[in-house]
Design a protein around this ligand. Structure first.
Ligand SMILES: [Zn+2]
Length: 338
């Protein structure tokens, strides 16, 4: 049975069940206690999944209060630990509420009032969302990116600004863009074709924020870091994520040998061992993805001869002046690579 009850009655019943539960380890009492708690409170807190303030149910709550002697010697305080559930999406969070007698501020009418500090875990700062496809990033960039977002969510703005600067350094290293300073590296990202002039200017803005934080210990504002995060997310998505998503869902031009062998393996997965054809015939419709097959075929012939590519053999025969190959094994397409 579930009851809807008012605040005071709920508190009294909760306290009664807490006391009972301490001394009587009876599962029925345990269940009843939680059901009463489920239905008794719905308050608005930030939900990291819904990305906004939502009503939450309190699933569990434990209050820490000092004894009369402790309160006499130090401060009178209340420290609450709660497990809460979003009523919109069911997301579970941990909530800590702390208040003590020293925490006094003016209310809108100029009167003194006590206030409490509320912290939700896992922490997430509104407007500072992490990329969904973070797992597609190179390991070092992913690691710095995660630490930077953690610093941001923990309100460590100086460290977060330094982290964003470090992300750009890591991207330059990953793309083998070198230079004596980050400024020069950003310019080279532009001249190498990785960035447009506008994107390059935005990265310089991140460099300025990072430099001010690390060299002059000037803490950036949250709004500045929210904008920096948007720029970094856009940059990372462009450089590392967009192409991977497109490759997995659309036909794209094959521009390097590694991608050519991937395409070949995919084509062979629908063939049978012993099939003999020219490369053009094997590729069929996929030929449109290649601007020029010749350089890829030359590299493939070397790999077949050296045993590096084990799925084909050269039959030594020609068809329309093109080499004929035989499939000797079907590539295993199962891989953890994304
Ligand atoms: Zn939610």
């Amino acid at each position: 049975m579930i009851f809807i009850i008012n605040h005071t009655l709920r508190k009294n019943i909760q306290n009664m069940f807490i006391i009972l539960h301490k001394y009587i380890k009876n599962i029925n009492i345990h269940i009843n206690y939680y059901h009463l708690t489920f239905k008794s409170v719905a308050e608005k807190y930030y939900c990291r999944t819904c990305k906004g303030e939502r009503n939450h149910l309190i699933l569990f709550q434990k209050n820490i209060i000092p004894t009369a002697e402790e309160a006499f010697e130090t401060l009178s305080f209340i420290d609450k630990y709660l497990v809460i559930e979003c009523l919109g999406c069911g997301c579970i969070s941990f909530l800590n509420i702390y208040g003590d007698e020293s925490m006094i501020r003016e209310d809108p009418y100029g009167e003194p009032e006590h206030y409490e500090e509320k912290h939700i875990f896992p922490q997430e700062t509104p407007g500072c969302e992490m990329l969904v496809y973070k797992h597609l990033l190179p390991e070092k960039i992913k690691s710095i990116y995660s630490e930077t977002i953690d610093a941001l969510n923990a309100s460590c703005f100086l460290l977060a600004a330094g982290g964003f600067r470090a992300i750009i350094e890591a991207i330059c290293n990953d793309l083998s863009v070198v230079g004596k300073s980050l400024s020069i590296k950003i310019d080279k990202l532009k001249t190498s074709g990785y960035l447009s002039a506008k994107e390059s200017a935005r990265l310089h803005s991140i460099r300025f924020v990072g430099n001010d934080s690390l060299h002059e210990i000037q803490t950036p504002k949250l709004r500045q870091l929210q904008i920096v995060l948007q720029i970094v997310n856009h940059l990372i998505t462009n450089l590392y994520i967009q192409d991977r998503i497109i490759e997995n869902n659309l036909d794209v031009l094959v521009v390097d040998y590694q991608k050519f062998t991937k395409l070949l393996n995919k084509v062979f997965s629908s063939e049978i061992i012993g099939a003999k054809k020219t490369l053009v015939n094997f590729l069929g419709k996929s030929n449109r993805l290649l601007d020029d097959l010749t350089p890829f075929e030359l590299q493939l012939q070397q790999d077949i001869a050296s045993g590096t590519y084990p799925h084909l053999s050269d039959t030594g025969t020609l068809e329309n002046n093109k080499k004929v190959y035989e499939i000797i094994s079907i590539p295993d397409l199962f891989s953890f690579e994304f």
